[in-house]
Design a protein around this ligand. Sequence first.
Ligand SMILES: CC(C)(COP(=O)(O)OP(=O)(O)OC[C@H]1O[C@@H](n2cnc3c(N)ncnc32)[C@H](O)[C@@H]1OP(=O)(O)O)[C@@H](O)C(=O)NCCC(=O)NCCS
Length: 311
Amino acid sequence: MDSKIILDISNPNSHGDCEIRDAMLARSLRDSSVSRDFAREYPLVLSRGDTATSWCVYKYGTLVSHANLWPRTLKHLSSKNTLPIGLIGNVATHPDHRGQGYMSTLFEHLAKIAQRQNLQALVLWSDMFPFYQTLGFSSIGRETRFSVAKGDRSKATGITFGTASTLTDLDLYTMLQSRPRLDWTLDRSLDEFRRLLSIPDTHIFIRRKGQKIVSWLLIGKGGDMRGVIHEWGSASADELLNDIQSILHDLEINELLLLAPANLHQHWLSAFKSRATSSTDHPMALGKTVGTNNESILALARGFIWGLDSI
Ligand SMILES: CC(C)(COP(=O)(O)OP(=O)(O)OC[C@H]1O[C@@H](n2cnc3c(N)ncnc32)[C@H](O)[C@@H]1OP(=O)(O)O)[C@@H](O)C(=O)NCCC(=O)NCCS
């Protein structure tokens, strides 16, 4: 980059700035340039009311690059220890300004902000591994993707569509508690959970026994994870798989992909494997230590970040 160019890195500070940002993100990260829907996919980080996690690079007042830095807390299930990390997402440089070092400059700036905020690691999701490798990121954690195909016969289990607005706080609490118990995961408040569930094209399925939710799963999330079950909770692997079969038959879908932490208890993984048509292992995310403490990266290798938390 020409060292004489003066860049300003700041949060968008008007409604108009946010509109320009969202249009650039939609154009760079989606097939369509419709910006209104794009911000609705990220209610907690692209909100127009709170822009503190949204970082824009302006070159002489023109937006050239953007990335979110979202401080989150990793929580240990039993000890309640916590570790602060930053999630990065919505990474894009305007097509007219790519290859000029603006994203590298923004990432250097984000690392400094993360240090000031005492965050221990930066975490992001992308299949552009070579690009992020140049910025110092490497793979962290593992996840397994199981293909679950529609079987010959299925008994309806009673699992059915749910909507975020009809779920009570107790429902949301029960759902969070019924996810598989891993050493570490991201803390999420009930209010955050409710707002994340209202992301367009997030399909909620729930099964109740009496009033209590005993099994649930989420398919899709905005433009991402179509046909993918990316977050779920159930009493057993068999119950979850029966619910998935019930959905496949009800909705006449041939196949769904089930995401699971690769470090899930062996009896869950064996049950999934025995009823899936195939399974593949992948890195869960990409991460980079900020400073010298790599405790968070080690914790993430023993934990999992669920689909709704990724940006
Ligand atoms: C990927 C993207 C954000 C890069 O932004 P940029 O401002 O052009 O990046 P920079 O100019 O700062 O390049 C940083 C480094 O990454 C390298 N790089 C850039 N794009 C790359 C790519 N697609 N694959 C591999 N390396 C890449 C550059 O060569 C540079 O390396 P160097 O420092 O050794 O020269 C931009 O191309 C973009 O917006 N793409 C479309 C949206 C997208 O894919 N976002 C990422 C989603 S996870």
